[in-house]
Design a protein around this ligand. Structure first.
Ligand code: ATP
Ligand code: IP8
Length: 246
């Protein structure tokens, strides 16, 4: 199985509410065509999730205010999901939406729908979403779902598409001296990402270290240049690669 997270930072304009970037998304989807028989896709919230989630100030108790945010945010991530699924269907995939909030219960995310549709030859498409956990409303990142799926399915490859070339020694948007790290064995500085309620690249890095015990290979690459995937495993490759730490 191959699991991909399409970052909200690369397929949306993260500072503009519900601004989708269809051409970038299509190029990413096309680059995944060789993997379509074993592919699970997750996507982040981008400006369809993070702007309102920040305003909502979560986690918080379920009440009239948070219910209104729940409905709007869930609707918005489904809107982004349907745009991605449209493109996937047009490009020859068999996407099926697995809305996180519907399959999230006391024991966390139920992965059975992923298994069922994967085994039947579909491409499950899950997403970072707003969920109800008891009486608490909170946000679950697609990065967290990636860890859960990796524990269940032991993917041979996990791909994170984001809007920078990989993991750097420091935030490349703020520090021109930041170095792209071909792998992650050194100390890294992470800066908070604006309009991101789930911890940005720092959270992703922590998750990747955990995923590395359950997946053969993980890569973080720039979704604006998805053709770089073809070079994975060669010296030409531009991105960060983490080999299995099992
Ligand atoms: P989303 O969470 O909306 O799905 P995403 O998963 O693509 O988006 P972000 O959480 O926005 O990714 O994180 C990517 C951002 O992290 C980059 O735009 C970059 O500016 C920032 N960043 C901060 N520190 C680093 C670092 N050390 N290396 C790489 N990027 C970093
Ligand atoms: O973009 C967050 O998921 P992420 C989803 O994968 C929402 O961190 C609703 C903000």
């Amino acid at each position: 199985m191959i699991a991909v997270k399409i970052g909200g930072s690369v397929i949306t304009r993260k500072d503009t509410y519900r601004h989708f970037l269809p051409d970038i998304c299509r190029n990413i989807v096309r680059s995944l065509f060789p993997f379509r028989d074993e592919l699970v896709v997750l996507h982040g919230g981008g400006s369809f999730g993070h702007i309102l989630a920040k305003e909502a100030n979560l986690p918080a108790d379920l009440n009239e205010r948070t219910k209104r945010y729940f409905s709007r945010i869930h609707n918005d991530v489904l809107l982004l999901n349907s745009k991605i699924n449209d493109i996937m269907a047009e490009e020859g995939f068999n996407p099926v939406s697995i809305p996180t909030s519907l399959f999230f219960g006391e024991k966390g995310l139920n992965v059975r729908p992923y298994r069922k549709f994967l085994e039947s030859g579909f491409n499950p498409v899950g997403m970072g979403d707003i969920v109800l956990s008891g009486k608490t409303v909170k946000i679950i990142s697609a990065d967290d779902i990636m860890l859960k799926l990796s524990k269940e399915f032991n993917p041979r490859l996990v791909i994170f598409f984001t809007d920078v070339d990989g993991i750097y020694s420091d935030d490349p948007k703020k520090n021109p001296e930041a170095r792209l790290l071909p792998t992650i064995d050194s100390d890294i500085n992470f800066k908070a990402v604006q309009n991101d309620v789930t911890g940005g690249m720092k959270h992703k890095y922590e998750i990747i270290k955990k995923i590395s015990h359950h997946a053969d290979r993980i890569t973080v690459i720039n979704g604006k240049y998805p053709e770089r995937l073809k070079d994975l495993g060669s010296e030409r490759f531009i991105g960060t690669v983490i080999e299995n730490g099992r």
